[in-house]
Design a protein around this ligand. Structure first.
Ligand code: ZN
Length: 515
């Protein structure tokens, strides 16, 4: 009886009345995401402008709905109600956050910015092709201007502009926390990298390049994705210029890859994207298609993709059961290459200029450069004109390489052209989350043994239990703490890298370190 009354009163509650609006908002978002996927994979070249209108209308309808009087009023009423579950509270929190962010920017400015961004990625693409930073600089200035203005509208009392931007991608990691994180990486990894490169150990990797027929690579990609836990009943694998993952809900998660001459490029990007996808496919049924039905944050997402790609996928034990199959598929190339040599090759350290091609050890140093420059652009009014030189100087200082032109330097990433300032740090944070999770899991699981037996699924289930099922119910710091019993501790990441590469490059004093 009591239960019945409770349910009856809930039926007329503001929270219940809010649901049809959120349902419509979800549908609009999902439709737009499907267009994004289509644009990158199958859409014909001339679709661009016309499809952009459809997407623009969908986005406008979403914004109108989420910032409208009805949703605003109902959210206010929710404040006065009580007895919510954790899920309901999280949905209200997200809806309020979304509404606040969408409504504090004047609609005409928002639209003008959207148009600028649509144009700017085109200008950026051309500038990169022409290796001409000057051609992109005025547009970049305008984008930064908008970003700062928007952050100003969104800032809470006393909040700094770059912190507002960082908050979009990773809650709980402001400049204060990130300064500490990147200072540690700089102090530990830059000198360590010098030790590795000074050592001059030659690792052969020429056999990874050359005659790897696309058809076979495709078959391998499908098998590997499935092997690490990607469910093809709830997802598809397609091709695109840059690999990515799209999720509509936990029953439809799509990944892409590209097939290049270097076979490990597709190999590891498939494992990486499958890691993102396994996360989304693992979100609990009662959360999917709600405002908390996707991964917790950019950093947490990257932690899962990098966990699969690096911590599992680049481990020698991972290849023990499946390397013979690779040899049978590509006998000309790999027939005479031992598993040990193959694994050494895919872990080779090579300080380079391009972030997306970086090895595991140098990767976060690429991110460090971007973090420092973003901070200067947003907080210290660094002039856009000075970017190319500063970029090159920092690459030389941290990685020992200097770009010869803007295409392999400051113009290489699309993020700034899209207005995504504050995004980059989450790539490095994700790697560090993953290392902390691995250190914790290895206390009770024998990774080597499980991988050798061909059972990556056991490891995946632990991640599902601690991370995936919760979606966006809890933020990344909470998830990490609930799982490992500790707050974020980047020393695990440094120790993981030093131990792994100390062993690979025979550097004294690194093999036995533990966090
Ligand atoms: Zn990723």
């Amino acid at each position: 009886m009591k239960q019945e009354q409770k349910e009856n009163s809930r039926k007329n509650s503001a929270y219940e009345q809010l649901q049809p609006y959120l349902e419509r908002a979800m549908a609009l978002q999902t439709a737009n995401i499907l267009f994004e996927w289509d644009n990158e994979t199958l859409a014909p070249r001339q679709a661009g402008a016309c499809t952009a209108r459809v997407q623009g209308a969908l986005a406008a309808a979403y914004q109108e709905l989420m910032t409208g009087e009805e949703v605003r009023g109902l959210l206010e009423k929710c404040e006065k109600e009580s007895g919510f579950t954790e899920k309901e509270l999280a949905i209200i929190r997200e809806a309020k956050e979304e509404q606040r962010e969408l409504s504090c920017i004047p609609p005409e400015e928002y639209r003008a910015f959207q148009e600028l961004v649509a144009e700017s990625t085109r200008i950026w693409t051309q500038a990169r092709k022409d290796q001409d930073f000057e051609a992109f600089a005025p547009t970049l200035e305008k984008i930064i201007d908008y970003q700062k203005r928007f952050a100003g509208y969104q800032a809470r009392e006393g909040q700094r502009l770059y912190d507002v931007m960082l908050d979009h991608y990773e809650k709980g990691f402001s400049m204060e926390k990130l300064d500490e994180f990147f200072a540690l990486l700089k102090a530990e990894l830059v000198p360590f990298l010098h030790q590795v490169t000074d050592k001059g150990t030659e690792i052969r990797d020429d056999f990874l390049e050359g005659d790897y027929p696309q058809e076979k690579q495709r078959r391998l990609a499908e098998e590997l994705a499935e092997y690490v836990g990607f469910d093809f009943e709830k997802g598809v694998l397609a091709e695109s210029a840059h690999p990515f993952t799209t999720n509509l809900h936990n029953r439809d998660v799509r990944i892409t890859t590209h097939y290049k001459d270097r076979m490990d490029s597709s190999l590891f990007s498939v494992i990486h994207e499958a890691g993102h996808a396994v996360y989304e496919q693992g979100v609990a049924d009662e959360l999917t298609q709600t405002l908390v039905g996707q991964g917790a944050s950019m950093g947490m997402h990257e932690s899962q993709s990098r966990f699969f790609e690096n911590i599992i996928g680049r481990d020698e034990a991972f290849w023990e059961p499946i390397y013979p199959k690779l040899q049978r598929m590509f006998p000309e190339k790999l027939g005479k290459i031992s598993r040990e040599d193959f694994v050494r090759a895919v872990n080779k350290v090579q300080p380079g200029l391009i972030r997306t091609e970086a090895d595991e050890l140098t990767y976060s140093l690429h991110v460090l450069v971007r973090y420092e420059l973003e901070k200067m652009l947003i907080e210290e009014n660094l002039s856009v004109k000075e970017l190319p030189k500063l970029w090159a100087d920092k690459y030389e200082e941290y990685l020992g390489v200097r770009p010869r032109n803007a295409a392999e330097g400051v113009l290489q990433d699309i993020h700034w052209a899209q207005g995504s300032f504050g995004y980059f740090p989450s790539y490095a944070l994700g790697s560090a989350f993953a290392a902390q999770m691995a250190a914790f899991m290895k206390q009770s699981l024998d990774f080597g043994e499980l991988l050798r037996k061909g059972e990556p699924g056991v490891i995946r289930e632990v991640l599902r239990r601690h991370i995936h099922q919760y979606g966006k119910l809890r933020d990344s710091r909470r998830l990490l703490k609930d799982m490992t019993g500790e707050d974020f501790k980047p020393q695990y990441y440094v120790d993981y890298l030093k131990e792994k590469y100390g062993k690979l490059y025979h550097i004294e004093g690194c093999e036995q370190r533990n966090a």
